[in-house]
Design a protein around this ligand. Structure first.
Ligand code: PLP
Length: 407
């Protein structure tokens, strides 16, 4: 009999990866699937990054690197932090990891003891609760009284003697909203006062719209020195459309970085030499692809919001950034899993249930695919919800009759 550990039994697979698999499976069976559940831009990686990686590959000399990342990549991250955060740091403040995901996980492993509590607001990125569980920690979710932004008082009320850290992701996956500057600055100061770690997950920070500013949490800190408990996470995945390259990083005090480096050195060693090389080229090369992606996403966001708002009963907050919208469908169906299942089964539209992000009644709908997919996806969703009044719809060349009316 196979007996798994507590962790082996209790950690769930990522719901977003599960949705990708289901969509791919249906497509392989020839079904016309519209994937609005994705978490990656569809543009190409910057040309310079591809050339850099292929040149290194052709050399055949692809070796281990220092476990915290190559000097060139750490230097590029130092410069990035200066440019986008106006904060001077040194390579001792930097560790490069296999994606921002590993940077967050390694930071938590270095901070959290079993039983320690980690606070984050809902809606939250699906991986935070599982990462905290992997460390033996306990998640404390702060729910907004209304909307998607909790007050500083709600964070304060969630702090207990066991609290070790707060995680904030802005702009937020899944809501697409940025937290107000006053909340970010209050949180930085609250964490300083209460001696808590603050992990800022800034993976989407360059993908904001309508002039929403890129905040630098360092601006609100008393100082950023050896004793600082501020951890800033970022990476190349989203801004450079380089999700598959798996390079992310953390900026923190040298004490934490050293501990993370010790953990990473036994866990995975440094990220792939090839992909670190590509990341350096992306970070130091022309930045026009980021701006072009940002403008494309802003345009797609506008179309999506208009389409969603044209369906009676849906509540839609206009995202400030990212490529996600978090739409309240509860007027039609309160169970987000039931609704997501219904949409994929009846009209072949893939979405991610809000419950996986800690908020029932919502679906996360991505706009990082093509404009055609967004328009077609909403044509199908509107029909599935019974909003367009017709009894039949054409899907991928087939006429489909209403399978089941939700309301
Ligand atoms: C909020 C958030 N943080 C971190 C990550 C992980 O990024 P990476 O692909 O660099 O591991 C994601 C990816 O979806 C994310 O949405």
């Amino acid at each position: 009999m196979i007996t798994l550990s507590r962790i082996g039994q209790s950690i769930h697979s990522s719901p977003t990866l599960k949705i990708n698999e289901k969509a791919a499976q249906l497509r392989a069976q020839g079904e016309s699937v519209i994937h609005l559940g994705g978490g990656e831009p569809k543009s190409c990686a910057p040309f310079g990054a591809i050339v850099a990686a292929s040149n290194l590959l052709n050399s055949g000399e692809i070796r281990y690197t220092p476990s915290a990342g190559t000097p060139a990549l750490r230097k590029a991250i130092v410069d990035y932090t200066q440019t986008f955060y106006r904060q001077e740091i040194t390579p001792k403040n930097v560790i490069a990891s296999n994606g921002a995901k590993q940077a967050i996980m390694t930071a938590l492993l270095a901070i959290i003891d079993p039983g320690d509590e980690v606070i984050f607001p809902a809606p939250y990125w699906v991986s935070y609760p599982e990462m905290v569980s992997l460390c033996g920690g306990v998640s404390r979710v702060v729910n907004p009284e209304s909307g998607y932004i909790p007050t500083i008082k709600a964070f304060e009320a969630a702090i207990s003697p066991k609290t070790k850290a707060i995680i904030l992701n802005s702009p937020n996956n899944p809501s697409g909203l940025t937290y107000p500057e006053s909340l970010v600055s209050d949180l930085v100061q609250l964490c300083e006062r209460r001696d808590l770690w603050l992990i800022m997950d800034d993976i989407y920070h360059r993908l904001t719209f309508d002039g929403y500013p890129m905040l630098s949490c360092f601006d609100y800190a008393q100082s950023f020195d050896e004793r600082s408990k501020l951890v800033v996470i970022n990476g190349i995945s989203k801004q450079y459309a380089m999700t598959g390259f798996r390079i992310g990083w953390a900026v923190a005090s040298p004490v934490l970085i050293q501990a993370m480096n010790n953990i990473q050195s036994h866990f995975s060693s440094g990220p792939s030499a090839l992909l670190q090389h590509a990341a350096v080229a992306a970070l130091t090369g022309p930045q026009s692809s980021v701006e072009s992606l940002r403008l494309t996403l802003q345009n797609q966001r506008d179309v999506l919001v208009d389409l969603a708002r044209s369906i009676p009963g849906l509540k839609v907050e206009k995202p400030h950034g990212t490529f996600y919208s978090f739409i309240d469908f509860s007027a039609y169906e309160k169970s987000s899993h039931k609704l997501a299942e219904y949409l994929i089964n009846s009209v072949r539209v893939a979405t991610v249930p809000g419950l996986d992000f800690g908020m029932e009644g919502h679906l996360r709908i991505s706009y990082c695919g093509s404009m055609k997919d967004i328009v077609e996806g909403f044509r199908r969703i509107s029909w599935a919800l019974g909003a367009d009044g017709s009894d039949e719809i054409e899907i991928g060349g087939k006429r489909v009759r209403r399978a089941e009316c939700i309301k």
